[in-house]
Write a protein that binds this ligand. Structure first.
Ligand SMILES: *Cc1c(COP(=O)(O)O)cnc(C)c1O
Length: 505
């Protein structure tokens, strides 16, 4: 399978090259030239497999040059019981054997829990796999320089990437997070990260500022040359990297198979997915699973108060010129959803010129309007809705009270938008809403939502939430107490280049 760029469809790269580079030199995103369709027979076969085997099978369809045994081994290292594989000492840290279990909420609603990995957010699903794919890709492409992974994070990616890349050979990782844009626990998770090859720095600004800074560094030719002389090249672990998107396609296929296997739906029956969305990587993976033949009806795109995607789906106008809101679901506080570019490329039938034009307009004016043809396709596939802060809290309280089920703030946005969609459309197709973080990652908001006053110290709130609800916290979060703080650097937006230079001395 070859890869092209959303801004240059004549480009052809191997999977290993696309994963190594992360972002195309023309600023575009790598996309496979083909989405293989899973036959009914294949879906049936997948139903009988473990999560790990499903992952190896699905990824194998896209990763020419990777042997099946190799992918099988990576899937076990990333998701399986601890295999203590050499070079990946932290592999296999999921706290349940199903890896991504479904929780039934009512007769036709399920919640897909994607936070059983080491950092308690769904980013682990991809970031436990990406370092293995990248490390292998470096060998396959004969790359001898060290990959420096630059990450801009709205909270969860940073920690998950640090955890995935810590002490992985031939890599270094540097994470930038918005100084006041992440939760206390998210921040603590990052600044206490262990490992010889890791760095963490706060940026004075919001997530978009951090992300723009990283993009700027990537497109800086002079910087690239300078780093090359020192034996480094820059790569990305943000969801613009194909190695992030691909492992996420797996769980949309896997959850469907789980519903079939448990007899809740019949093979071929449609389901809807509702995804709490920020950078559009997660829901894009769902769209790709649908393209591969999973019977998905509506793709429901749930936003918080930063409702740029809701407006976009309704009007066909993407307009980031609006106030930026800091919300209780910070991982979705985003005004530029990078992965939308891949969707536009696909819906426009590979019109790379048009995509380039939209992205130039976005860069220059913060706004673009899609053609009628793309808009029509977009609206046929997607529903967009958003959720206010009050409704997010109310959704947590209602889910806990009515179903005895504790969800985090991001998941609550999805639960609320799914119920809005059902009420508005009358479509009560069986639906899965996606749970992207453990409620223990956002104790403060969750405690308040269930009617408690959060304890003064953010780490005490973990124990408080456990006492109030009886739900067991992830052991890694409980262990944050007493960990040494290793990183305290803060930079201005314009200082990010110097931080990179100093890190790669
Ligand atoms: C990253 C993240 C999201 C948003 O996912 P995208 O792929 O960026 O759309 C939602 N919830 C949580 C908890 C996250 O960490």
């Amino acid at each position: 399978m070859d890869y092209l760029s959303t801004r240059d469809k004549t480009l052809r790269l191997s999977a290993a090259e696309a994963i190594t580079m992360g972002l195309s030199r023309d600023g575009g995103l790598f996309t496979p030239v083909l989405f293989p369709r899973l036959s009914v027979l294949e879906l049936e076969t997948l139903c009988d497999m473990s999560y790990q085997r499903r992952a190896a099978y699905v990824m194998g369809k896209f990763l020419d040059g990777f042997r099946p045994e190799e992918l099988g081994y990576y899937a076990l290292s990333a998701y399986g019981p601890d295999t203590s594989a050499a070079g990946f000492p932290d592999a296999g840290k999921f706290d349940c054997p199903e890896v991504a279990p479904l929780h039934q909420v009512d007769s036709n609603t399920w919640c897909l829990e994607l936070w059983h990995g080491p950092t308690s957010a769904f980013k682990d699903m991809a970031l436990q796999m990406l370092p293995l794919l990248l490390s292998a890709s470096l060998k396959k492409t004969g790359e001898e320089k060290t990959a420096c992974i630059l990450v801009a994070t709205s909270g969860d990616t940073g920690k998950a990437a640090l955890e995935g890349f810590a002490d992985v050979e031939q890599t270094k990782i540097l994470v930038f997070y918005p100084e006041n844009g992440v939760s206390e626990i998210q921040k603590l998770q990052m600044v206490t990260q262990e490992g010889k090859n890791v760095g963490v720095c706060a940026v004075q600004g919001n997530f978009d500022d951090a992300q723009n800074g990283v993009k700027r560094i990537f497109s800086d030719a002079e910087m690239r040359e300078e780093l090359e002389k020192r034996g480094y090249f820059l790569s990305s672990a943000n969801s613009i990297n194909w190695g992030r998107i691909l492992p996420q396609v797996v769980y949309y296929i896997s959850a469907y198979c789980d519903l079939v296997r448990s007899g809740k739906i019949k093979l071929g029956q449609k389901i809807n997915y509702c995804v709490p969305t920020g950078n559009f990587g997660n829901i894009l993976s769902c769209y790709y699973a649908r393209k591969m033949g999973v019977p998905v009806g509506k793709l429901i795109c749930a936003s918080n108060r930063n409702d740029v995607l809701t407006d976009f789906i309704h009007t066909g106008v993407y307009d980031r010129n609006r106030p930026f809101h800091t919300t209780m679901s910070p991982s979705m506080d985003i005004l530029i959803s990078s992965n939308l570019e891949r969707l536009l490329f696909d819906l426009s039938e590979w019109d790379d010129e048009l995509v380039r034009e939209y992205m130039t307009q976005l860069n220059q004016t913060g706004r673009y309007e899609i053609s009628d043809m793309i808009k029509e396709r977009l609206q046929m596939l997607f529903y967009g809705g958003f959720c206010s802060e009050e409704d997010t809290a109310a959704a947590i309280a209602a889910m806990y009270k009515d179903h005895g089920y504790l969800i985090d703030t991001h998941t609550a946005v999805a639960a609320k938008v799914l119920s809005d969609y059902r009420r508005e459309s009358g479509d009560d197709t069986p639906a899965i809403f996606v749970s992207t973080a453990s409620p223990y990652k956002f104790c403060d908001s969750v405690l308040t939502a269930v009617g408690e006053t959060p304890a003064a110290n953010s780490l005490d709130r973990i124990e408080q939430l456990r006492q109030v609800t009886g739900v067991t916290p992830p052991s890694r979060l409980a262990a944050l107490k007493g960990k040494e703080i290793r990183f305290s650097e803060v930079t201005e937006r314009t200082g990010m280049e110097s931080v990179v230079r100093a890190f790669l001395q």
